[in-house]
Design a protein. Structure first.
Length: 397
């Protein structure tokens, strides 16, 4: 990996002036308007079996600005408007590549408020960032320094549901370098009683951030439900709910960052289970706890940090019976109810319900690496099972 090619986003909070707030709010509205109009135009063309690309929507934008009805689009910077058309093009490319669903329209209330500026839309000098159409730089809280000599290539300004303003700067980070290989490998089993259980026997406590603030959140939500829709009181109550949600999300993200960084630094190979979290949260009894554990976010962080630092993440097939398989002799148990926390195999080995799956995942991950299979499960392999499943079948008596 070449360090010059490692791009990293540095996110900071800032406090805009009244004029900057008004300008950014207008920009957010125009970005949403242009995105929705371009999506509507492409959808209409799609019904006629025609395809409209980025260049055509860019020409449409130029024509829209010349109309009396949409003349206000010229009052904001053109860079975020062009960027939202590029994002729409990316969304359609993913759709045609069958990697995502059809793009949906942006909602005024529910969609994320953001605007992206490229180098022609901002000026970064002497540690001060000034956006296009603004005479003054943003009042940024520099909670951590940018890499020495860093020059942002893209700046994204956003406002969350709690009313907080953030700016994210994409820069080359030369400090991100592959770590020295250490040969360590670890199996990681996620859970609810313990957030993670490692094949080494270590168990990471589940902090349950949402549960700790559940009483405060419920009280704020009940108060919100009593307010009249569209009133100022309801907006203040909504902000209180959003701030509690933001507090929960911030603490959860901070904990996952610290945990994933430690795991990546300590281990060369990390083996996880390829869980379908989107299906698991459909369970009414476990959805809240699974969402609070944030297994998908944990995996995402683990994968991109492993790519940064030259580590390997192996995802084992979700149908691999890690809980029912004896990690000592390979005997497969018929049943393993969730209520069983410890059990003893016929070979005499006593197992912990959480540690045993982590050991099995590690063994399966090593089999995948040894057989040269991909990190993703191979369910459609013609004429046989995936390498991981073949290895497991060899161990069965």
């Amino acid at each position: 990996m070449t360090t010059n090619h490692v791009k990293r986003a540095f996110k900071y909070r800032f406090y805009p002036t009244d004029a900057q707030t008004a300008e950014l709010s207008r920009t957010f509205g125009c970005v949403r308007k242009v995105y929705n109009m371009a999506l509507a135009a492409r959808t209409e063309a799609w019904t006629r079996q025609e395809r409209v690309n980025y260049n055509q929507t860019s020409a449409m934008l130029t024509a829209w600005k010349k109309t009396e009805e949409l003349a206000y689009l010229s009052e904001v910077s053109s860079v975020p408007l062009q960027q939202t058309l590029r994002h729409l093009q990316t969304a359609f490319t993913s759709f045609f590549g069958k990697r995502a669903k059809y793009p949906h329209f942006k909602s005024r209330r529910k969609s994320r408020k953001s605007a992206e500026y490229t180098t022609s839309g901002f000026r970064f000098r002497d540690g001060k960032l000034t956006l296009a159409k603004m005479p003054e730089p943003l009042d940024i809280v520099w909670s951590r320094p940018l890499p020495e000599g860093a020059k942002p290539s893209t700046v994204t300004v956003s406002q969350d549901a709690a009313g907080r303003w953030f700016v994210s700067m994409l820069c080359d980070d030369p400090s991100v370098k592959p770590l020295p290989a250490n040969g360590n490998a670890v199996g990681i089993d996620v859970g609810l009683d313990h957030l993670l259980t490692l094949s080494t026997g270590e168990k990471v406590t589940n902090p349950r951030h949402e549960r700790k603030d559940r009483v405060r959140l419920a009280r704020a939500q009940r108060n919100l439900a009593k307010k009249t829709k569209g009133s100022a009181n309801r907006n203040r109550a909504r902000l209180k709910v959003a701030k509690i949600h933001a507090r929960i999300a911030d603490r959860r993200r901070d904990g996952l960052h610290k945990l994933t960084t430690r795991l990546v630094r300590e281990n060369q190979t990390l083996v996880i289970e390829d869980l379908t979290v989107r299906n698991m949260v459909r369970s009414r009894s476990l959805a809240r706890a699974i969402s609070d554990a944030a297994w998908s976010e944990f995996r995402s962080m683990l994968e991109y940090k492993a790519a940064w630092y030259g580590r390997e993440v192996i995802a084992v097939d979700r149908w691999f019976p890690s809980s029912k398989l004896c990690s000592a002799c390979g005997t497969l148990q018929d049943k393993m109810p969730l209520s069983v926390r410890t059990w003893t195999c016929d070979c005499g080995t006593a197992h912990d319900r959480d540690v045993n799956p982590a050991k099995n995942l590690l063994a399966a991950g090593r089999a995948v690496a040894a057989c040269g299979a991909g990190v993703r499960p191979q369910r459609s392999t013609p004429g046989g099972q995936s390498a991981m499943k073949q290895e497991v079948s060899r161990r069965e008596p």
